[in-house]
Design a protein around this ligand. Structure first.
Ligand SMILES: *Cc1c(COP(=O)(O)O)cnc(C)c1O
Ligand SMILES: [Zn+2]
Length: 422
C-alpha cells in the first residue's frame, strides 16, 4: 500500500466518500461523524461517493494487492493508516463444470467466501465496519449475531483494540462462541432468536450510549460497504462484466443489497456495461419472510414466526433492509424462493461429491434454488450463474455432521473394512 500513500499527498483522495444518504426519504447526512439510522424515518443509511473524482482505472486496480482494499477509492476508510486487516478479500470464483452439467446450466461459478478470515464473508463487513468505526473514534461496539458476524467482528475489534459486546442465540453454531471468546469479546448467549438478541443489545446500548455503539446489521452504514466488495470482485474476476444471474442466501440481505450497490457504482464509473444480473434471494422454508413478501407483491416483509433452519446464518425473522432487498430483486428482474433443510443438506453432499467443495448450509441452499429455477425454466440452459457460498462447511459441524456423516459405521480395530466398490 506504500505506493498509494505516496500518491495521496496532494494527489487523488484515497477514498471518495462524500456523504450518507437515506434510501427512504432521500436526506443527506454528514459522513465525517458516526451515524446510525436515518433520524427522520429509521431507515438504514447508504454511503455515497464522488465517483467523478475516481481517477484510477481497472488496470491500475488489477496491479494492487489481492485484498478488498484494492477498491479503496469506493470504500469509506479515509487513509491506509485506518485499515484494520486480516488479509480479507479476493476469494476464488470457481468454475463448477460437473455441477453445471448436473444442473444443466450453461456455466456455473461459485464465489467461495469460506476462505476468508473466520470462515465466512462476514469478515468483509467486519473489516470495513470496524476500520471505519475506529477511524470515527467509536469507543465500544455492540451487536446481535447468528454467530458468524460475531466471530468476524470479534477478530477485527481485537485487532483494532476496541471492546466488543456480542449477544447470540444459544442455538448458534458453537464454534462461533469459541471464536468470540478467543478474540476477547464479551459474549452473551440468548435463549431466543437474533431478533431477541437485537432487542437486548439495543437496551444495553441505550443504558450506556457513551460506551457502546449499536453496529447490528444495517444499523450503521459501513458493514454493507465491506460486503459490497463481493460485487466488485465478481465483476473483476469475470473480466469486468456481469453474469446473467447471481444467487445469494438472504438473511439480513446485506450481501445482496451490497452486490446490487457495487454493480451500480461500477456502471456509473463506466467500468462495466450492459444489463444488471438478475438477483435471486434464497431463503429457507423455515424462515422465508422476504420470499413471502416477494410473492405477495409487498414492499416490506412481515416478521416470520417460529423461525428455524440448519442454515443458521439466514434465520432472520425480520430484516431492517427488507425493502431494499425486495427493490434489488424486482429492479433486476430477479426472484426470491425458499428451499427446505432436507433438500439443501442433500445438495451439500452432491456438491461435495461432484466438486470437492464443502459448502455451508446457506451456500447449499443457493445451489438447490438454482436447480429448481433451471427446472422451472426461469434460468435458461445457456445462462451464466454465480452462486455465493457465504461460509465454510467446516464451521458448521453440529448442524451438518448428523445428516451428512451420521450413518458412517465404526469398525472394531481388529475388524474388517466393509469396502464398497465405487
Ligand atoms: C450472515 C450470513 C448470511 C446472510 O447474510 P446477509 O447478508 O445478512 O443476508 C448467509 N450465509 C452465512 C454463512 C452467513 O453467516
Ligand atoms: Zn430517511
Amino acid at each position: 500500500m506504500s505506493d498509494d500513500v505516496a500518491t495521496t499527498a496532494g494527489g487523488p483522495p484515497w477514498s471518495t466518500l462524500s456523504h450518507l444518504e437515506c434510501p427512504r426519504c432521500g436526506d443527506r447526512l454528514d459522513a465525517s461523524v458516526h451515524q446510525g439510522l436515518c433520524p427522520r424515518d429509521g431507515s438504514p443509511l447508504l454511503a455515497r461517493y464522488d465517483l467523478g473524482a475516481v481517477v484510477v482505472t481497472p488496470d491500475d486496480v488489477a496491479r494492487r494487492a489481492p485484498d478488498l482494499w484494492r477498491y479503496h477509492e469506493v470504500l469509506p476508510v479515509q487513509s491506509p493508516a485506518g485499515v484494520v486487516t486480516l488479509g480479507e478479500g479476493m476469494t476464488p470464483l470457481l468454475d463448477l463444470p460437473r455441477l453445471a452439467e448436473d444442473l444443466d446450466v450453461g456455466r456455473l461459478l461459485v464465489k467461495d467466501e469460506g476462505l476468508l478470515p473466520t470462515g465466512s464473508f462476514k469478515a468483509r463487513g467486519a473489516a470495513v465496519g470496524v476500520s471505519r468505526a475506529a477511524e470515527l473514534g467509536v469507543r465500544g461496539l455492540a451487536m446481535p449475531t447468528n454467530g458468524n458476524a460475531g466471530a468476524a467482528w470479534a477478530a477485527y475489534a481485537a485487532r483494532a483494540g476496541i471492546p466488543l459486546l456480542v449477544a447470540m442465540p444459544v442455538g448458534a453454531p458453537t464454534i462461533t462462541r469459541a471464536e468470540c471468546v478467543a478474540a476477547g469479546a464479551q459474549l452473551h448467549l440468548v435463549d431466543g432468536l437474533i431478533s431477541d438478541a437485537g432487542k437486548l443489545v439495543a437496551a444495553a446500548v441505550a443504558d450506556d450510549p457513551e460506551r457502546w455503539t449499536d453496529v447490528a446489521t444495517l444499523k450503521e452504514p459501513y458493514r454493507i460497504e465491506g460486503k459490497k466488495t463481493m460485487g466488485f470482485e465478481i465483476a473483476e474476476q469475470l473480466g469486468w462484466r456481469m453474469p446473467d444471474v447471481i444467487a445469494y442466501p438472504t438473511g439480513g440481505g446485506v450481501g445482496l443489497i451490497g452486490i446490487w450497490k457495487a454493480l451500480h457504482e461500477l456502471l456509473e464509473l463506466g467500468w462495466i456495461s450492459g444489463p444488471m444480473p438478475r438477483l435471486v434471494a434464497v431463503q429457507s422454508t423455515g424462515c422465508a419472510p422476504i420470499v413471502r413478501a416477494f410473492e405477495a407483491g409487498a414492499d416490506v416483509s412481515e416478521p416470520w414466526v417460529g423461525a428455524s433452519t440448519v442454515a443458521f446464518g439466514i434465520t432472520v425473522p425480520k430484516a431492517l433492509g427488507d425493502f431494499l432487498v425486495l427493490q434489488a430483486v424486482r429492479e433486476t428482474g430477479g426472484t426470491a424462493l425458499a428451499v427446505d433443510d432436507a433438500e439443501l443438506l442433500e445438495e451439500l453432499r452432491v456438491v461435495g461429491a461432484r466438486e470437492g467443495l464443502f459448502l455451508c448450509p446457506e451456500g447449499a441452499a443457493v445451489v438447490s434454488a438454482v436447480r429448481r429455477l433451471r427446472g422451472s425454466g426461469w434460468i435458461g440452459a445457456d445462462e451464466e450463474v454465480v452462486v455465493l457460498n457465504t461460509g465454510a462447511g467446516i464451521i458448521y459441524p453440529d448442524a451438518v455432521s448428523v445428516d451428512v456423516g451420521g450413518e458412517v459405521p465404526v469398525v472394531a480395530k481388529d475388524g474388517r473394512l466393509d469396502v464398497r466398490t465405487p
